[in-house]
Design a protein around this ligand. Structure first.
Ligand code: CP
Ligand code: NVA
Length: 313
């Protein structure tokens, strides 16, 4: 039976990015997530608690992993499609935050605009968890470092390469890895580099933990010595109108078997999914022996459950 003492550092806190959550807190979440994964007998830690899950964008993994995870902890997930809410007809984010806070114990939200999530957290009386914005995908970042740790025993000192668009998943991998002392090298084309402010903050955090975060433009240079090769879609939600240009620019950044062969001999392939065969990754890689993508997807449920147990106590 899992025994768990919530971490004070996360209690009642919102998680909008991972930048302000220290490594010790993340390690506690990962340890608890490992425990939840190993033991099907989950504690009823969310009994009597309700969590709103607002989706203004499509989702498979995030929705199912939160909904099932909350139910397995004895809690009540309330899934809300943005278009079915009064939010979709012009009710303000401030009023939505105040009203939902009277009904639920936490709010999980997926929307493109990061500012909207910040505003929701400002006006809500309950913690808010970012389930993906255009800028950050912290739950994915946590599942990513959990997956790397599970494969290699520890993440400190492990080099990971992120190849492709310097997007939300790139940012969250950098920040999560930085707190845990990883070396994260992003290989992205000019014009699609990760946000320099996020890179600088992640690198400063990493340096304090014996790691590093840096950016290059050559995908082969990025994967050199990397034990995890990570890519994500070239056209994120909100970028659809740029599709043609993006497919052209990112073509040299495809993660195929040749690029995997240029990484460390024991390198794993990672992708948050959904994947596009022959674009950012080939099916041979993500369905192949070096793939960690299915564990990475499963781990979403374990880290999110662990996060909620710590936030809600
Ligand atoms: N990786 C991820 O967030 O997947 P969904 O878009 O299916 O939730
Ligand atoms: N970068 C992608 C991640 C999807 C899980 C997006 O924002 O659409």
């Amino acid at each position: 039976m899992i025994r768990h003492q919530p971490i004070p550092a996360l209690r009642d806190r919102s998680v909008l990015s991972l930048i302000n959550h220290p490594g010790d807190a993340l390690r506690e979440v990962l340890d608890l997530a490992d425990g939840l994964k190993a033991d099907r007998n989950w504690p009823q830690a969310l009994e009597g608690r309700a969590v709103a899950l607002i989706f203004e964008q499509p989702s498979t993994r995030t929705r199912v992993s939160f909904e099932v995870g909350i139910a397995r902890l004895g809690g009540h997930p309330v899934v809300l499609a943005g278009r079915d809410m009064q939010l979709g007809r012009g009710e303000t984010i401030e009023d939505t935050a105040k009203v939902l806070s009277r009904f639920v114990d936490a709010i999980v939200i997926r929307t493109v605009d990061h500012g909207k999530v910040v505003a929701l957290a400002e006006h809500a009386d309950v913690p808010v968890i970012n389930a993906l914005t255009h800028d950050h995908h912290p739950c994915q970042g946590l599942a990513d470092v959990m997956t790397i740790r599970e494969r290699f025993g520890d993440v400190a000192g492990v080099r990971a390469a992120y190849v492709g668009d310097g997007n939300n998943c790139c940012h969250s991998l950098m920040v999560a890895g930085a707190h845990l002392g990883m070396e994260v090298v992003a290989g992205c084309p000019d014009g699609y580099l990760p946000d320099p402010d996020v890179v600088a903050r992640a690198d400063a955090i990493a340096q304090g933990n014996g790691g590093a975060v840096r950016v290059v433009t050559d995908p082969r240079e990025a994967v050199d010595g990397a034990r995890a090769v990570y890519t994500d879609v070239w056209v994120s939600m909100g970028d659809e109108q740029e599709e043609a240009e993006r497919l052209r620019v990112f073509a040299p950044y495809r993660v195929d078997e040749a690029l995997m062969d240029a990484a460390a001999p024991d390198a794993i392939a990672m992708h948050p999914l959904p994947a596009h065969d022959g674009l950012e990754i080939t099916r041979a890689v993500y369905h192949g022996p070096r793939s960690a993508v299915w564990d990475e997807a499963e781990n979403r449920m374990h880290v999110q459950a662990a996060l909620l147990m710590n936030i809600l106590g």
